[in-house]
Each structure stands twice: as structure tokens, then as C-alpha cells.
Design a protein around this ligand. Structure first.
Ligand code: Y12
Ligand code: CO
Length: 171
């Protein structure tokens, strides 16, 4: 079922998520809802907290070279831990919980992550480029952090001012 995406400054977005303990039908139903919601809202990544569930679950589905978002390229990442990171890269990020705002954010260029799949199998994988950026963005959600918290002091001030103005205008 398509769920509502929580939008900044919703307080739940600041909470830390907890590890999944049971790889059962409830988890599979959550993954299904997350996928439907992400596709419906035209996102490429979503963390469970964004639909109000405080579990360490994230999904990422990047578009391919032809601009198609294929389900076979869907990553379901449960209880992720970053084992190694190196390099640095800057990318113009956006987030379904901060609609309409995009800014350049610096993150590690390569990461090695351990995680579990939907059946509880442990996986270890190295990610680079956009996938590494997306995993770090979504993992921040699991710790209650949004990408706007990585903005410089001045950029954040400008964001807060614009966001308040937008909220007043009811947009
Ligand atoms: C690189 C950087 C960040 C990520 C995290 C995942 N981010 C998203 O999926 C963002 C999606 C998004 C979609 C929007 O809606 C449309 O484009 C129709 C959007 O625009 C508005 O809400 C107005 C903003 C963000 C992954 C990789
Ligand atoms: Co986000």
C-alpha cells in the first residue's frame, strides 16, 4: 500500500531506528509498502522511517543508462553497517522528506557495507558513485539525520528561511 511520506520538520525523522530482528512477513510487507511508496512519489531511495517505521530498513532503486527504474535493480538493505569508507565526492542531493530542495553534499566516494537481505542472509558489498551516495543518504535517515544537516551554517539559515516562507504560503 502507498504510504504517506513524512516531511521535515516531522519529529519522527529525528529518531534513531532499531535493528530488524525477525525476517518475516511483516518485514516483507514493509518492503512492499516502501517500494510502492518510493515509485509512486518518484524517488530513487527511501528509508523505513520516512513512512513512520523506526526500523533499520532502506531501499534504493537507481535508474539505468536509459533512464528506466527497473525492479531487478532494486536493493533492499536491512541492518546496514559501514565497514570501510574512502575518497570524497560531491553530489546534488534531494529527499522525498524535503520536497523541492536540492543541494550539494559531500560524502565518501567508496563504501563497503555489511547488511542483511529480506531473508536474513548476511551480505557484504562495495558501493561507489551514485549508489554509495544513496546508501549514505539513506543510512543517515536511520540515525535520524537529514541531508540538510550537512549544509554550511549560511546555507542552512537560507534553507530555514525559505522553508518557513513556503510553509506559510501552504506549499
Ligand atoms: C542521490 C542523492 C540522494 C538520494 C536519496 C533518495 N532521494 C530521492 O529519492 C529524492 C526524490 C525526490 C523526488 C521528487 O519528486 C519528483 O521529482 C517528482 C522531488 O521533488 C519534489 O518533491 C518537488 C524531490 C526529491 C539518492 C541518490
Ligand atoms: Co532522504
Amino acid at each position: 500500500m502507498i504510504q504517506e511520506v513524512l516531511v521535515y520538520p516531522n519529529k519522527l525523522l529525528r529518531e534513531s531506528s532499531k535493528d530488524v530482528l525477525h525476517f518475516d512477513e511483516h518485514l516483507h510487507s514493509l518492503l512492499h509498502d516502501m517500494y510502492e511508496t518510493m515509485v509512486a512519489k518518484e524517488g530513487i531511495g527511501l528509508a523505513a522511517v520516512q513512512i513512520g517505521v523506526l526500523l533499520n530498513v532502506l531501499i534504493i532503486n537507481l535508474v539505468d543508462e536509459e533512464g528506466c527504474q527497473k525492479i531487478e535493480n532494486l536493493y533492499e538493505i536491512i541492518n546496514p553497517v559501514i565497514l570501510e569508507k574512502d575518497g570524497s565526492t560531491i553530489y546534488q542531493e534531494g529527499c522525498l522528506s524535503v520536497p523541492g530542495y536540492y543541494d550539494e553534499i559531500e560524502r565518501a566516494e567508496h563504501i563497503k557495507v555489511s547488511y542483511y537481505d529480506r531473508n536474513g542472509n548476511r551480505c557484504e558489498e562495495e558501493f561507489t558513485d551514485l549508489m554509495a551516495i544513496a546508501v549514505q543518504h539513506e543510512m543517515d535517515h536511520l540515525k535520524g539525520r537529514l541531508f540538510i544537516e550537512k549544509l554550511s551554517y549560511l546555507k542552512r539559515k537560507k534553507f530555514d528561511k525559505e522553508w518557513k516562507k513556503k510553509q506559510k504560503a501552504g506549499k
